[in-house]
Write a protein that binds this ligand. Structure first.
Ligand SMILES: Nc1ncnc2c1ncn2[C@@H]1O[C@H](COP(=O)(O)OP(=O)(O)OP(=O)(O)O)[C@@H](O)[C@H]1O
Ligand SMILES: [Mg+2]
Length: 234
């Protein structure tokens, strides 16, 4: 479904992503792990058309998407939950969620998708008219995920959805990710919480200073001594 080959990305002279290749097959949840500054978010932004690549290829459903504009990628079924949530603080919860459907015209379907999101995140229904900036971090993360689901993605990219959240909220966010997985959604998940990511994901990649260091099934990586020491703290 997603195939990245030999991707290089620079910020000026900083070579942030160095010859990275990565594949996500339909129906899979693939996790991308790595320390701070490894280049995880840069890869995600490049997939979403928010950052230019220096070289390499990115294909979504066998179609080259390297120079496709972000708003067009949304129409191609690419959903993105950015690092730090990036919700609209001065819009209500409902307005934030509906912003994910700005490109859609199927009004009755939009209404039923909104109800589905309220089923996934019941707390958001009760906060429908609250300004999103007034929500807790966990609730804001739910809004960010709900907004991405409103785009009706076939492929969902999540950048550190559990960052900065209390453990009980982290568990809730991962439960939602599992629900989406069971619904058949293909996902690429960037996480610092490697332990949980490796319990959910089918496969994973480990990025070190812009380069792919390891890849394997989640089970292989859970049993890898390097991963256990550095990322699982064992
Ligand atoms: N806007 C920018 N301008 C210059 N350098 C940047 C910029 N954004 C990221 N970088 C650099 O690119 C490299 C990769 O950053 P990136 O944000 O992709 O890492 P990350 O793996 O997502 O880290 P984190 O876990 O902290 O989110 C780092 O060296 C970072 O300093
Ligand atoms: Mg990041």
């Amino acid at each position: 479904m997603l195939e990245i080959k030999d991707l290089n990305v620079h910020y000026g002279k900083v070579h942030a992503v160095k010859g990275v290749s990565l594949t996500v097959n339909k129906g899979e949840v693939v996790s991308l792990l790595g320390a701070n500054g490894a280049g995880k978010s840069t890869i995600l932004k490049t997939i979403c058309g928010l950052k230019n690549a220096s070289s390499g290829t990115i294909a979504l459903n066998e179609k080259n998407i390297l120079h496709v504009k972000p708003y067009k990628l949304v129409k191609e079924g690419l959903g993105y939950v950015p690092e730090g949530r990036k919700i609209y603080p001065l819009l209500t919860v409902k307005e934030n969620l509906l912003s994910g459907a700005y490109h859609r015209h199927d009004r009755s379907e939009i209404a039923s998708d909104l109800e589905r999101i309220y089923e996934l995140f019941p707390i958001l229904k009760t906060k429908e008219s609250v300004l999103a900036g007034n929500l807790s971090g966990g609730q804001q993360q739910m809004v960010a995920m709900g907004r991405a689901i409103m785009t009706r993605p076939q492929f969902l990219i999540l950048d550190e959805p559990s960052m900065g959240l209390a453990p009980s909220v982290v568990a809730q966010i991962f439960d939602i990710i599992k629900t989406l997985q069971n619904l058949g959604l293909t996902m690429l998940l960037v996480e610092q919480n490697a332990f949980t990511a490796l319990t959910i994901a089918n496969r994973a990649y480990v990025l070190e200073t812009g380069q792919m260091a390891l890849e394997g099934t989640a089970e292989e990586l859970r049993n890898n001594s390097q991963v256990r020491e550095i990322y699982l703290g064992m």
